[in-house]
Design a protein around this ligand. Structure first.
Ligand SMILES: [Zn+2]
Length: 240
């Protein structure tokens, strides 16, 4: 392939700019601030779920408290009714004895039910403490995310502004380059980890850093300036 000397130099310039773009992409992806942002983003729904679970536990326990309360109330009403009957003076002595027996059973049941209700209420209190704890954790996960987003955004904005400027330069250069030369460059670039063209510095290919043999160097030196030379080792376009 042939390409004018200035075309080859422009290609090398394009390579340098596109290498900087790659480095900026890498930098943006590997910023500790971006990693922190990713991690804060992942932590938020976990914290929220924990909170929801604790709130569900409280709600479930509150249903049990209501149920226990209704049970106690039912027994209390029966005790009142039985006491009124005993006091009413309409029952036979035998009925009164039976009724008093039932009354004692009911009072024991009332005490048991009240104990159970208190036990559940204590569980509600404990569960509510857990809700408070996880509520605070959820709030701190939210502020962690806000802080991380602000820090990452500020840095990314800088990187993207720089990248944008480089992309404009690269685009401009690409419009000035021969289509065939660009095609070859892009093909090698994608095969060779982002580097398609390299300078020949002394005897060394800057792409693979391998020294070129005297024989090959003689061939390169005798080639016409518009011959597109490829490194024998890495196959990159060698710009001299
Ligand atoms: Zn090479």
């Amino acid at each position: 392939m042939k390409a004018a000397k200035d075309q080859q130099l422009k290609l090398l310039e394009l390579q340098q700019i596109e290498t900087i773009i790659d480095q900026l992409n890498y930098k943006a992806k590997h910023l500790p601030e971006v990693k922190e942002l990713d991690s804060a983003r992942a932590a938020l729904p976990i914290a929220e779920n924990e909170l929801i679970n604790r709130k569900t536990t409280v709600a479930d326990l509150q249903v049990l408290v209501k149920r226990a309360d209704a049970d106690v109330e039912q027994v209390r009403i029966r005790i009142e009714r039985d006491s009124a009957l005993i006091d009413g003076g309409t029952l036979s002595a035998k009925d009164i004895v039976n009724m008093q027996h039932e009354l004692e059973t009911l009072k024991r049941r009332q005490l048991n039910l009240e104990d159970e209700e208190l036990e559940i209420m204590a569980q509600v209190e404990q569960a509510q403490l857990e809700v408070n704890k996880f509520d605070a954790e959820f709030e701190s996960a939210k502020s962690r995310l806000n802080v991380a987003a602000a820090a990452a955004d500020a840095l990314l904005k800088e990187i993207y502004a720089e990248k944008n400027a480089k992309q404009i330069q690269a685009q401009e250069l690409r419009t000035q380059l021969d289509t065939e030369l660009l095609k070859l460059y892009d093909k090698i670039k994608s095969d060779q980890g982002g580097v398609g063209a390299a300078a020949l510095k002394g005897k060394t290919c800057e792409g693979c850093r391998i020294e070129i043999s005297a024989t090959d160097l003689a061939v390169i030196n005798s080639a016409s300036p518009d011959d597109v030379i490829r490194c024998d080792e890495c196959r990159r376009i060698l710009v001299r």
